[in-house]
Structures are given as C-alpha cells and as structure tokens.
Design a protein around this ligand. Structure first.
Ligand code: SF4
Ligand code: SF4
Length: 423
C-alpha cells in the first residue's frame, strides 16, 4: 500500500473554509433533505457532516499538534480514494447550504475547496469521470460530439427560411451581431431530443421580434461541469475563451437555456473576469416579453402542470418566480406545486459529475422526483433546464410513468401560435 510522504496541500482552502470544519456542530439538519443520502442506505460518509468530518480528520492528521511534533501521518492512496468517492457522491444541489444552521457554504466548500484539493492531490475527479473530462478538453463539450456539429440544430430552420426568402431566423452573432446573444449550451446543442429547446427558443424569439444570434461552432462548453468537479484549470480555460468571444463581439445581453450555463456565466465567470453583461435565463426574458406585450400567448393549453426547480436556477441563483409567472400566464394551464419546491426543491440528482460516476444513485433520485411530480396529479413536469429534463426523462421511461416532461419553451411556443405575434 503506497503512502504519501509529504503532507497534503491545503492551499485551495480559504480561512473561512478552514473555520467551517469546526463550525459543523454535527446537528444532522442537512441529512433529511440531501437527495444523495436519501437513496443511499444511511451511508454517513456521504452526508454533508460526514464529508466535513473526514476532511477535518485528514487535515488534523497533516497539520494538527501531533503532526507538528511527529510529522504528518502518512495516508494511503486507497484512503484518499475512499475520501474522494464520498466527496463526489453529491450533486452539488445546495440543499445542505440552505438548511445548515451554522451557515456553512457547503457547495463552495465541496467545489472550490475539497474537490479542488483532491484534483491537486491527483485523486479527483474519479476514474469514472475520465471520459467526461477528455470529451470537454478535446471537443469543448461533454457529449463526445464534434465542434462542427454544435449549430446543426439551427440548419433546418435556416434552410426553411432561405427557401421561403425570409430573413435568417438564427443569426451568426460573430458575423451579424444582435441585441441578444443566445448561449445555447452543450445539452440543447447536441442532444437529439433536447435540440428542440434551442429550436423552440429561436422560434419564440422570432415571433417576438427579438434581434438575437448564436456563436454556433465558436461557442464552447461554459465550463460548469469542470468547475463543479473541482477542475479549476479546465474551467478557467473555457471561461477565458468564452469571455474573449463576448468581449470581441461586444455582447451586452446573454440568455441561456441551461440553468448550469446561467449560474456559471452570471456568477462564476466573475471569478475569472468581471463582465458588464446582463445574463438572463430564457424564462426571465420570456416573462419580460410576455409582460411587455411583445409575445402573446393566445392558444389555451388545457394541462395540469407542475414545475421542477433546477438547482442552479433556484437555490443557487434565486430565480423561482419567473418560470412560475410564465406558466401562470399561459391560458388554460392549471399549475400545481410539488411538496418539495423552491429552496427545498428535490434535485434531479444529475449535477456535479454525479450522473457520470454514480448513475445508479442518480437513477434512484430522479425516480423519486418523478414520484413527487406524479403525487400532484399533474400530467406535465415543466422544465427550465435541458440537463434536468434529460435526467427526469430517463426516470419517466424507467418507471413507465405517464407524466410528460416539457421544457417551458415548448409550452410557450405552443401557446404563442405559429406566426410572428409581436406588435
Ligand atoms: S446542518 Fe450544517 S452544522 Fe448541521 S451537521 Fe449539517 S453541515 Fe454540520
Ligand atoms: S449539495 Fe446536495 S447532494 Fe451534496 S451533500 Fe449537500 S444536500 Fe447532499
């Protein structure tokens, strides 16, 4: 069993984070609502307090009084891997941060503290993450897809418009500029089912007369996945490349389909460079367009709908009302909340690299979420994140559920009719 000779480095941990190890009172408030723990047969090591305790012990063994007198305790590679696995068994959903009475910034602690430390020590991310990391590094997307196919979803729209001698419905922002940059994101760009989110978004924006464009093959993964997994260098490279594009083309407003892209560009890019750009999730723009009368919802949709809060749109960035307000303005929709909603919403389980490394856990979590939606009697789960949609769609199929997943753009596109409807 190989042992480390020198102490692990704690350079990635801030003073606040070091204090947070002692701030955990082990009260257990974070246990009940943690989605990963809820399906993991009472595995204490993966609870927020378990994660904190194992690192507290580890750091004491390296920097405590005994370590100062007798030297740091050698740690075996196997022990480091065991600790690492517990830290990566987590979707970074942020529920523990919301409930923690000691106000521990748990997600920041996992992502920029502990996971980053594990990456530096060569035991993070996990082996199971290797293909994901390679794909992002080699193709700038996590789906092993070529860069040249990133704007393939837009081609049929552009071809149809050309044939009908209409203006380009999805402009190339780099060449033609525009009022708004639509940052499509990897999932809506490449997933065969979810490219419909990008198509619906474009059709709605055209109906409302919004001047927008995409970067197409120049757009790169926002870097969220790498940041959540503690790969700061990989994240920084992608963030810098995207920021360069934004600056080069004088981008003033960005909309995103994906909750992860939204949080990352709006908040995390500031860690690399502060930007004077308005970053909105699509649902926020839709709310504005409908309220301003630029987009009219004319077609009634007789559906009972519940809404799944994506963690990066809800708990992480506080956008709870816009998606509900949009759904509330669609004629005919009966809206019903799931018991776990808003800041206590139950995560789909897929984030933070958990889907790649622990698909069985994620399957269980997403099936629980579909159960919660079914309990409301809704026929539709409305979404504002292609990544959550993807996870819950798999759960709907594995459970054989009759409930239907729909992105909010699909609902709005149906309700706003076929033709351009702005004044
Ligand atoms: S809620 Fe906070 S203080 Fe309580 S056990 Fe969890 S992390 Fe520790
Ligand atoms: S962030 Fe979510 S999944 Fe991770 S430990 Fe906290 S509650 Fe559990």
């Amino acid at each position: 069993m190989s042992k480390r000779e020198k102490a692990i480095s704690i350079d990635t941990l801030s003073m606040r984070q070091l204090i947070e190890f002692d701030a955990c009172t082990r009260c257990g408030e974070c246990l009940d609502l943690c989605p990963t723990y809820s399906v993991s047969e009472e595995n204490e090591a993966i609870t927020p307090r378990g994660k904190i305790q194992s690192f507290k012990d580890l750091i004491r063994s390296q920097y405590g009084l005994r370590a100062r007198i007798f030297g740091p305790k050698p740690i075996s590679h196997e022990d480091m891997v065991r600790i690492s696995e517990a830290i990566y068994m987590c979707s970074t959903c942020g529920q523990c941060r919301v409930v923690c009475p000691s106000k521990i910034e748990t997600v920041e602690l996992w992502e920029s503290g502990l996971r980053r430390l594990l990456v530096k020590e060569g035991v993070g991310p996990l082996e199971a993450h290797d293909p994901l990391i390679k794909s992002i590094n080699n193709y700038d997307n996590p789906w092993m897809q070529p860069r040249t196919a990133r704007d393939k979803w837009a081609k049929p729209l552009q071809k149809a418009a050309k044939k009908a001698k209409l203006p380009n419905p999805v402009k190339n922002f780099a060449k033609e500029g525009g009022e708004i940059l639509y940052f499509v994101g990897c999932t809506a760009s490449y997933d065969v089912n979810l490219k419909q989110v990008a198509i619906n978004t474009s059709e709605i924006l055209n109906k409302a007369g919004v001047d927008f464009g995409i970067f197409g093959t120049k757009e790169k993964c926002c870097g969220s996945t790498l940041l959540r997994m503690g790969d700061w260098e990989g994240f920084e490279r992608l963030a810098k490349d995207n920021i360069e594009l934004f600056k080069e083309h004088n981008v003033r407003t960005i909309i995103t389909s994906c909750a992860g892209c939204f949080k990352t560009i709006k908040e995390d890019y500031a860690l690399v460079e502060k930007l004077d750009i308005r970053v909105m999730h699509t649902v926020e723009l839709l709310e504005e367009l409908i309220r301003d009368g630029r987009l009219k919802l004319t077609e009634p949709l007789e559906m009972k709908v519940t809404y799944h809060d994506p963690c990066h749109l809800g708990r992480h960035t506080g956008v709870y009302d816009a998606p509900r307000n949009v759904l509330g303005m669609v004629p005919g929709i009966e809206f019903v909340e799931m018991e776990r909603n808003r800041e206590n919403s139950y995560c789909c389980g897929a984030g933070g690299g958990q889907k790649t490394a622990f698909p069985d856990i994620v399957k269980k979590i997403s099936e629980v979420r579909v159960d919660m939606a079914e309990t409301t009697g809704a026929s539709v789960i409305a979404h504002a994140c292609p990544f959550c949609y993807q996870g819950l769609e798999a759960a709907v199929k594995s459970k054989g559920s009759a409930i239907k997943n729909m992105d909010i753009t699909e609902i709005v596109n149906m309700s706003s009719g076929k033709e351009e409807n702005s004044d």
